[in-house]
Design a protein around this ligand. Structure first.
Ligand SMILES: NC(=O)C1=CN([C@@H]2O[C@H](COP(=O)(O)OP(=O)(O)OC[C@H]3O[C@@H](n4cnc5c(N)ncnc54)[C@H](OP(=O)(O)O)[C@@H]3O)[C@@H](O)[C@H]2O)C=CC1
Ligand SMILES: CC(=O)N[C@@H](CCC(=O)OP(=O)(O)O)C(=O)O
Length: 305
């Protein structure tokens, strides 16, 4: 009989953990769970880690760091790790779990002992920026500004309860101190030489996200046009299953890909004014979190998602 690989989700009862568990039903794997009453018991968690081929960490950053230490204590029987938190996304020794990042990335994820799952906003921002930097169209010193809106499920249990129990603001800017935890990850993996300005916002809808990046074409290299931007992105993601470059729309609803694990990229703009806006639309819980985790799990275990 075929032995299916064993997965333990540390933090299985949280928002991200539950979404990953649901998606695992589509893969030939065996889920190893611990009783809810023991879910924070270090000994029970370490035993579960020892029994697993792959541990998916769906914990707050501090708990994730502790879990990584606990796994390392297991020495030769230490499992491979996929971490959903922000803790290791720019850390040495970890492979960034965005398979579409470059031609080599999916193979790097497939063989890595430790993979960090990308943040929701960076997924959109990096997908739009990295191909332009790689193609030499955008200088690494370009002063990038990124706007984004997320559904309230991006804020985890406390924000979800706030919006669903008390009703939340229809639209709220936050992170205005410009220290959002996703900036280092975007800065590094997009290949930017200069720290981007990032202005996130949250709306009173559960899931969905748009990341948008306005550009002055005259500040890019080589007289680039709106159509050139589209050509570069379309070539970069041709044949990808989860990331698609699609025609521009007159408007764009953030909820258009709710409950999907795909991401849509668009190039909007005015050739006359030499200005463009790049957009990425995704579900913050889909390609922005658990959908990406499922892609990474499948790659790490040599399965097709
Ligand atoms: N793109 C991505 O990959 C995304 C990643 N995340 C990240 O995933 C992680 C979890 O976020 P989210 O699911 O939204 O958060 P939740 O608060 O919904 O879930 C976290 C879970 O971890 C449990 N937990 C907390 N501390 C411990 C501990 N020491 N040992 C065991 N379990 C513990 C919590 O239990 P209890 O509720 O009882 O405290 C809860 O069940 C965060 O790091 C977040 O940044 C989030 C969204 C997207
Ligand atoms: C609306 C909202 O609060 N969003 C979260 C990001 C959610 C996310 O996906 O980020 P991680 O994967 O890094 O947890 C925030 O801005 O902190």
């Amino acid at each position: 009989m075929t032995q299916h690989p064993v997965i333990f989700i540390d933090g299985e009862a949280g928002t991200t953990g539950l979404e990953i568990r649901e998606r695992l039903a589509t893969l030939p794997v065996r889920l190893h769970s611990i009783a809810t009453t023991h879910r924070k018991d270090p000994a029970a968690r370490q035993d579960a880690m020892a029994a697993a081929d792959l541990v998916v960490l769906c914990l707050p950053d501090a708990a994730s760091r502790e879990a990584v230490d606990m796994a390392a204590e297991l020495g030769e029987v230490a499992p491979r790790l996929l971490d959903a938190s922000t803790a290791f996304r720019t850390a040495p020794g970890w492979v960034y779990g965005f398979p579409e990042l470059s031609e080599a990335q999916a193979a790097a994820i497939a063989s890595a002992p430790r993979v960090s799952n990308p943040g929701c906003y960076p997924t959109g921002a990096i997908a739009l920026l990295r191909p332009l930097i790689d193609a030499g169209i955008m200088d690494a010193q370009y002063p990038v500004c990124i706007n984004a809106i997320s559904g309230y499920t991006g804020g985890g249990r406390s924000m979800i309860e706030g919006h669903e129990r008390d009703g939340g603001p229809a639209f709220e800017l936050y992170g205005l101190g410009l220290e959002h935890k996703h900036v280092p990850e975007i800065h590094l993996h997009a290949g930017l030489g200069r720290r981007p300005v990032f202005v996130p916002s949250v709306g009173h809808f559960p899931r969905g996200m748009i990341v948008s990046i306005p550009l002055h074409l005259d500040d890019l290299t080589g007289g680039v046009t709106v159509d050139d931007l589209n050509t570069v992105l379309a070539a970069r993601y041709a044949g990808q299953d989860k990331v698609h470059v699609v025609p521009k729309d007159a408007g764009l609803s953030a909820e258009g890909l709710a409950k999907s694990d795909r991401m849509e990229l668009r190039v909007h703009g005015s050739p006359r004014h030499r200005q463009a806006v790049l957009t990425a639309r995704l579900d913050n819980l889909g390609k922005g979190a658990s959908g990406a985790a499922l892609q990474n799990i499948a790659l790490m275990l040599g399965l097709s998602a």
